[in-house]
Design a binder for this molecule. Structure first.
Ligand code: BGC
Length: 748
């Protein structure tokens, strides 16, 4: 029997500034709030999109972005708006960002009565995605595949530098949602399915964004999104209902957010959907009780796009906009991304005057927003001099981007070691993703959906161009084959296969995000599957390269391929990284950060329950994914040996040290991700077959060995029980690394 031993509090507040500085900041905030009118306070809580202060129509692709001084005056002087976001429709040059933001900040800090700077926010989710010419990194899912937090932190630091180099101090990143629902359109924006991996990657990127103190010209404030549970809709459609017991929410979905808050993240964007019938924007328990009271989050919570309006226009929990405003602010929302509407201000003022929203709630929200503005140093520097950023888009940054892309590329299959491909042979390159930058980058790149090609840089290589660099044009045959969903010239590709020694097919899902990315069927586009089937008839070895928003089902064609390379969205250096791995200039070391399903009706994660494994014959064989979590091949071989634990029995006050030897038994240098899993054999809540508890990426030369050790504390073995408390239960546990395992007993 298991005995409940201890409730664990994973939470403690982490301050990056000294207590004296904090006191001084709070005193400044007190003074400001004491002088502000209700309208000025409500203005601070309002966030508008850039188009609301710009000339011309909203979201007009063809317009040149220019500030409209009348609109700007009205928004800042009449409505006292405290935050602006977004880019219109496309990426702007850095100089343009300076022009726009300096105009906005001049009015805010010189013409308004309170002289409070505007907090400008942008979705720079894999590099400064809306600044032309910036360093565009792999998307988060690819970053997670590196299993290398140090690379992810550096990517965060470069992104922060380039965002600040665009005069913007606030980044709506990282996404800390878990990628456990493969249908979801934003799967690629996550760090994958495991809460520990996501929390580690989240911590790394946030440290890159914010440093130890984000009052710094090269740092930005992070925004954790989408708090919380957003990724796990029942249908897989974006912004559709989530059903989730609080136990599960706490054990899985909350973990990366709690870790990020503990590490100093000061802003949070709220989940647009509903959980168990309550839209999260109206959920006092989730926003106020859990985030602000329990996690001691002292930053502010911003809505997602129009989400207060959606409380009455979509969710039907409020009869009208005014009630929706009271509902959201009372639930704990501090800032409303309205973002095209100023009636929010009027309605919130009315709600306060009618006693439906307390002034103390308004003061609390404003205090939280001002705290972030002060911590960012905006009062002293609403923006810094553009000349302070000479490294913007530098070769140094591109190289770091390339290293990140390289470590993300994941070799999932390599029959008879067909890869690396020989450079002396001829290659047919084909497929929807072969000669396009867009599917290398995915959505949120230069435009929201990332499909438009006119903003693409001229100096970045597609997979085809990078292969041509490797082989020379004479050994590369290119036939487009298909677009994302239409046959272009499959027959010609099949014909040209006769002249090639290998076929590289780059399958690509059309970039998309949010609602436009909803799908009805997880299967990879049938025209693209057909291309592979037709090419297979040639008998020439096929290498599949996958550029996907989520794991599209490829089980019909996977057996036809000699090799499969998962490239996710590897960013602007992705073409080069893929080509160098295909031809062996680089050794792959990515590992899958999610479970790749084989069938459209069978989704499991690696930490499945035993009952999920029961098949139609009542045997335990039902879990059969296409590719497993944590898998990924190398051009060298690694041998694990000598797994040992220093104790076979521990108590709650002990820790356990696990050691394992790793040897590079192959012929070339390579990197391996050592993953330590633990299984709780019997528990009061059905235990998972295993949980990732630690990992480490190591580089070994051919023939080299190393011994790694991991320390397990009983709190690392905790789970959330039926009363929603973190506990560690006594009993038997099994530590697993690679194919080896060791058991130990945890007792009182
Ligand atoms: C998305 C957010 C994003 C926001 C601002 C929303 O539609 O869900 O992830 O940060 O827009 O662009």
């Amino acid at each position: 029997m298991n005995i409940k031993l201890i409730p664990l509090s994973l939470l403690c507040l982490f301050y990056t500034t000294s207590p004296a500085q904090q006191n001084a900041d709070e005193a400044t905030i007190d003074k400001l709030i004491a002088q502000m009118t209700l309208a000025e306070k409500v203005g601070q809580m309002t966030q508008l999109t850039l188009d609301k202060v710009a000339k011309g129509k909203e979201f007009d692709d063809n317009k040149t972005m220019e500030i409209d001084p009348q609109k700007l005056d009205s928004v800042l002087l009449h409505y006292h708006v405290g935050s602006i976001l977004n880019t219109g429709t496309y990426a702007l040059p850095r100089e343009k960002w300076y022009e726009l933001i300096s105009q906005i900040q001049k009015v805010a800090t010189q013409k308004t009565r309170m002289k409070i700077p505007v907090l400008y926010g942008i979705d720079a989710i894999h590099g400064a995605t809306f600044t032309a010419g910036s360093t565009i990194f792999p998307q988060e899912l690819a970053m997670a595949a590196t299993w290398n937090p140090s690379l992810v932190e550096k990517a965060g630091a470069i992104s922060a530098y380039e965002v600040r180099a665009s005069a913007i101090p606030w980044n709506f990143s990282p996404v800390l949602d878990l990628g456990r629902q493969p249908l979801w359109s934003r799967f690629f924006e996550t760090f994958g399915e495991d809460p520990y991996l996501v929390a580690q990657m989240g911590k790394a990127i946030i440290h890159g964004y914010q440093g130890d103190d984000f009052n710094h010209p090269e740092k930005v404030a992070a925004c954790l999104k989408h708090y919380v549970g957003y990724s796990n809709s029942v249908s897989g459609k974006d912004r559709s209902p989530i059903l989730m017991p609080e136990r599960l929410l706490r054990e899985y979905y909350l973990v990366p957010f709690a870790e990020a808050v503990k590490n100093g993240a000061m802003t949070v964007m709220v989940n647009s959907a509903e959980i168990n019938g309550t839209p999260v924007h109206a959920d006092y328990h989730i926003i106020t009780e859990i985030l602000k009271q329990e996690l001691k989050f002292d930053g502010f919570a911003v809505t997602d796009w129009e989400d207060i309006i959606m409380l009455y226009s979509v969710h039907n929990v409020a009869a009208n906009y005014k009630d929706a405003v009271a509902m959201a602010i009372n639930a704990g929302i501090d800032m409303s991304m309205t973002p095209s509407d100023v009636t929010f201000c009027k309605l919130l003022i009315e709600n306060v005057n009618e006693g439906k929203v307390a002034m103390s709630r308004i003061d609390d929200a404003v205090r939280r927003i001002l705290r972030v503005k002060i911590k960012l140093g905006l009062f002293e520097h609403p923006y810094y001099d553009a000349k302070m950023y000479p490294k913007f888009a530098s070769p140094e940054f591109s190289n770091q981007n390339y290293l990140t892309a390289l470590e993300s590329v994941t070799l999932l299959k390599n029959n008879n070691n067909i890869m690396p491909l020989s450079k002396g042979k001829k290659v047919l390159v084909t497929g929807a993703g072969a000669n396009l930058l867009n599917p290398l980058n995915g959505a949120w790149t230069y435009t929201w959906q990332g499909v438009e090609t006119k903003h693409n840089p001229k100096d970045k290589k597609t997979v085809l161009q990078a292969i041509q660099d490797e082989l020379g044009a004479d050994k590369t045959i290119y036939v487009e084959g298909t677009s994302y969903d239409k046959d272009i010239n499959t027959a010609e590709a099949v014909k040209q296969a006769q002249n090639a020694d290998y076929i590289v097919v780059v399958l690509a899902e059309k970039p998309s995000a949010e609602k436009p990315g909803d799908i009805e069927d997880l299967t990879m586009d049938r025209t693209q599957l057909n291309l592979v089937k037709e090419l297979a008839k040639s008998g020439k070895p096929i290498v599949l390269v996958l550029l996907e928003n989520r794991p599209r089902i490829i089980s019909e064609i996977e057996p036809l391929a000699a090799a499969v390379v998962m490239a996710y969205h590897p960013g602007n250096e992705g073409g080069r990284a893929i080509a160098e791995i295909l031809f062996g200039d680089a050794n792959p070391s990515g590992k899958l950060p999610f479970t790749y399903p084989r069938f459209t009706g069978s989704f499991t994660t690696y930490d499945y329950k035993k009952s999920e494994t029961r098949d139609i014959n009542f045997k335990f064989n039902a879990v059969n994914p296409q590719f497993t979590f944590g898998s990924g091949l190398s051009y060298t071989t690694f041998q694990y040996s000598d797994l040992s634990i220093d104790k076979t029995k521990i108590t709650l006050n002990d820790s356990l040290t696990v050691t394992v030897k790793l040897t590079n038994t192959g012929a070339r240098e390579g990197k391996e991700v050592v993953q330590m899993y633990v299984r709780d054999e019997v528990a009061s809540i059905t235990p998972s077959n295993k949980r990732l508890r630690a990992f480490s990426k190591v580089n070994l030369k051919a023939g080299e060995s190393t011994t790694l050790s991991f320390v397990i504390h009983p709190k690392d073995l905790a789970f959330v029980n039926a009363k929603n408390e973190w506990i560690t239960e006594a009993g038997d546990f099994t530590v697993m690394i690679d194919g080896m395992s060791k058991g130990f007993l945890l007792s009182k």
